[in-house]
Ligand binder design. Structure first.
Ligand code: FAD
Ligand code: DLZ
Ligand code: SF4
Length: 511
């Protein structure tokens, strides 16, 4: 008889396709799941995220037991500090002599893991994470020799490789790779937003919510609004609901900003994909199938598949390709302390207040809120890159560093010097007004740049351009905006920058 192994499953690896399960044998090996202090506190996680992960872990244990696995489950009350401490306890409790674990999603934890073999004196087998559609090797061979790592080309290769939205002759469906131009309609309440299904919390979830409320009193998140799936089956039902009820308007209003809905027609599946309750390939295939059956337009299907098959895989590749130095980058020298209103949403800027409040309360904001409302404000105001990244990692229910960091530091803050984006995602209030209906509820006027009632995004936008004229000098995608700024009379430029400094920035940095 061969020796007993521990199959360690982390809180974001809750999939029956987790490769460690393939290495194990029910009846001989023991699966270990552990709620530990370090993972639960390394940032001020949103309570929705902790409740989701703990409840999903506890449900996953039930599934594994039904499948015949022995499980050792350490709840948070046991007070285990770290995954290493949990493994030490599990080795002692089970008599196992080696450990299998799937590669983790964060550099921080990977570094710890690499020391476990020595500290625990047992072989630790770290298996590649097969739940992504591009392995680290795939990304590296795509990136090799390229001066620029543009998502669009990575995405095309993924479409070909997986044969998604492709014609038999090898051309993309509809003749174009990308229908982004059709994904930018502004929101003016043109159609009804479907009501999201209510997910009933069972006894396990109710108990977890009670415990999380008690254990994390200072964290963001209003758990009275908890409405997340905690099993693979329930996550799939949520995704199916999206395909049936929202996908048909997804493409058109993907970039919309709405007063009346935090999610519009978005799928709300990132948290399930990121913790293993859903897998990316079946999700993409189901959306392609909906298109081929005439249940949505090509722009809806392509817009969605681009996010999952393209952006999601690409940002993971960027993270592992450039870490650990990626995290320290701050190309635009942004160092203004994070304003206090990031923690309560209490600002008169209506678009920002709505996005911040729902992020804090629900752990959710859709992409354009994250990028063009919150991220854009942080970029224009020059907020400290590390503090902003920590905020994003804390606040969102789907936040794990492999996906959060490239999106925040790279895409939103342009702090990686253009690895992720060929030009900064900087925009004035005009963009926010065009994309949605917040401005009508705002005390500020998106048409004014200076003077009483001027929208702060406007003067901040020009101040940002002014401050970084040199940095953007050689960027052809910025030449028009730089020329527009330069051709304004000097006194006008000075007045705008002065307004931004004195009326917008000064109150932000007051102690
Ligand atoms: P939908 O709009 O319905 O999109 C479908 C799916 O595509 C998402 O579920 C997600 O899995 C994937 N996706 C879409 N855009 C991206 C992207 N840029 N990068 C990776 N995957 C993408 N996503 C996270 O999963 N975790 C994060 O911590 C995170 N932080 C972000 C921070 C910033 C500053 C920005 C600009 C974006 C961030 N994103 C993050 C990406 C994106 O905003 C979220 O994935 C999306 O809003 C989740 O909502 P949804 O499931 O309704 O997405
Ligand atoms: C996010 C998280 C939290 C809040 N708690 C746990 C936990 O108690 N036990 C665990 O195994 N995983 C948890 N996680 C997920 C880990 O932080 C995640 O596996 C790493 O950040 C790597 O992505
Ligand atoms: Fe946002 Fe400016 Fe519109 Fe107010 S006026 S909602 S601050 S863009």
């Amino acid at each position: 008889m061969t020796a007993k192994n521990i199959l360690l499953i982390l809180g974001d690896q809750l999939s029956l396709d987790n490769p460690v399960l393939g290495m194990g044998q029910p009846g001989r090996d023991v699966v270990v799941l552990a709620e530990v202090v370090e993972e639960a506190t390394y940032v001020l996680h949103n309570r929705h995220k902790v409740a989701l992960i703990f409840s999903a872990m506890r449900h996953f244990r039930e599934t594994l037991i039904e499948l015949g696995y022995d499980c050792l489950y350490y709840p948070l009350e046991e007070g285990l500090q770290s995954l290493e401490e949990a493994l030490a306890a599990a080795l002692a409790d089970s008599g196992a002599t080696s450990v299998y674990v799937c590669q983790c999603g964060e550099y921080r934890l990977q570094e710890h893991m690499q020391g476990w073999q020595q500290s625990l004196s047992v072989p630790i087998h770290i298996l590649p994470d097969s739940r992504f559609l591009a392995s680290h090797d795939d990304f590296e061979s795509w990136a090799k020799g390229k001066k620029q790592l543009r998502m669009e080309y990575f995405y095309r290769q993924m479409r070909k490789r997986y044969g998604i939205l492709m014609e038999p002759d090898g051309t993309p469906c509809g003749g174009k790779w990308n229908y982004d131009a059709l994904n930018r309609k502004g929101w003016r309440a043109q159609v009804a937003v479907p009501e999201r299904p209510v997910i009933q919390a069972d006894a396990i979830t109710a108990e977890v919510i009670r415990q999380v409320e008690g254990a994390f009193p200072a964290n963001p998140g209003d758990l009275s609004q908890f409405n997340l799936a905690v099993t693979a089956e329930s996550a799939r039902a949520q995704f199916d609901w999206f395909v049936d009820n929202a996908l048909g308007s997804f493409g058109c209003y993907q970039d919309g900003l709405a007063e009346e809905s935090p999610w519009l027609f978005h799928s709300l599946i990132s948290m399930y994909l990121n913790i293993g309750l859903l897998e990316p390939l079946p999700v993409c295939r189901a959306v392609e199938e909906a298109y081929r059956a005439g249940r949505c337009e090509l722009a809806d299907a392509e817009g969605f598949i681009r996010q999952v098959l393209g952006w999601r895989e690409y940002v993971r590749g960027i993270y592992w390709h450039f870490m650990p130095t990626y995290k320290t980058r701050n190309e635009l020298a942004a160092d203004v302390p994070l304003p206090g209103f990031f923690w309560d949403g209490d600002t008169d800027m209506r678009c920002l207040s709505v996005a911040l409040k729902q992020s804090l309360d629900l752990g959710y904001a859709h992409h354009i809120q994250r990028l063009m409302v919150i991220g854009n404000f942080a970029l224009l105001a020059g907020l400290d890159v590390q503090e902003v990244c920590d905020w994003y990692l804390a606040v969102y229910v789907d936040a794990f560093e492999w996906v959060e960091l490239p999106n925040t530091l790279g895409m939103a803050l342009h702090a990686d010097g253009g690895i992720m984006a060929s030009k900064p995602y900087a925009a004035s209030g005009k963009y926010i007004q065009r994309q949605g209906n917040h401005c009508k509820q705002c005390i500020y006027d998106p048409k004014r740049t200076t003077g009483e009632g001027a929208c702060p995004y406007n003067s901040l936008y020009w101040r940002f351009i002014d401050r970084h004229l040199e940095a953007f000098q050689g960027n052809p995608r910025m030449s028009l905006v730089l020329a527009n700024w330069r051709k304004r009379p000097e006194e006008e430029r000075e007045a705008i920058v002065q307004w931004a400094d004195e009326q917008v920035m000064a109150p932000l940095v007051q102690p």
